[in-house]
Design a binder for this molecule. Structure first.
Ligand SMILES: CC(C)(COP(=O)(O)OP(=O)(O)OC[C@H]1O[C@@H](n2cnc3c(N)ncnc32)[C@H](O)[C@@H]1OP(=O)(O)O)[C@@H](O)C(=O)NCCC(=O)NCCS
Length: 154
């Protein structure tokens, strides 16, 4: 769905990801999400299942950020399934560009995502990009924290 995309910025590039990115994605997930990191089979799935969006940001010759999108065209909704940027590459606009590219590739009128209630940095990012809270899932995470569901109309 996104193999041919390439967006070049001054200090990073966004392009489609694939199965060869599995080791780098696994590392990135563990660094970014710790105990919330996806298991191996979910990572394989996001890299290979048809109709999903998978984009990586590349800097200094390696994957330093990733976004996965899960379009549900029948409902007109695309979910941002995961987004993460390595700590040393944060606060340079990479997540904004990964998010924008994923939203565009899904091409659906509504975009949704879930986020930990305490994840203030991510919440600030999403609010800045036009997302608004529409729901909450009580005790969604393994440690009992609630998820907030945010939505954006494109
Ligand atoms: C959340 C995350 C993806 C943001 O990545 P990023 O590339 O640093 O984000 P950007 O540089 O595009 O941020 C854009 C804006 O969002 C806001 N923002 C992003 N991270 C922030 C933080 N930690 N604290 C406060 N504001 C933040 C700021 O307004 C920022 O603009 P500014 O740097 O000019 O102030 C990254 O911190 C990350 O991978 N975190 C761990 C995984 C995670 O929580 N993912 C989201 C799960 S839902």
């Amino acid at each position: 769905m996104n193999a041919s995309i390439e967006r070049v910025f001054s200090d990073f590039t966004i392009r489609g990801a694939g199965l060869t990115d599995l080791p780098a994605l696994r590392r990135l997930e563990h660094i970014c999400f710790g105990d919330d990191a996806w298991p191996m089979w979910d990572l394989v799935g996001v890299l290979v299942l048809p109709n999903l969006v998978r984009l990586k940001s590349v800097a200094d010759g390696r994957m330093v950020g990733f976004v996965g999108g899960d379009p549900h065209p029948a409902e007109g909704v695309g979910w941002i399934a995961t987004i993460g940027v390595l700590p040393e590459y944060r606060r340079r606009g990479m997540a904004v560009e990964l998010l924008a590219a994923c939203e565009e590739l899904m091409g659906l009128p509504v975009v949704r995502l879930s986020v930990r209630r305490s994840n203030e940095g991510a919440l600030r990012l999403y609010r800045r990009e036009g997302y608004r809270m529409v729901d909450s899932w009580t005790g969604y995470y393994h440690d009992g924290e609630d998820a907030l569901v945010l939505e954006k109309n494109r």
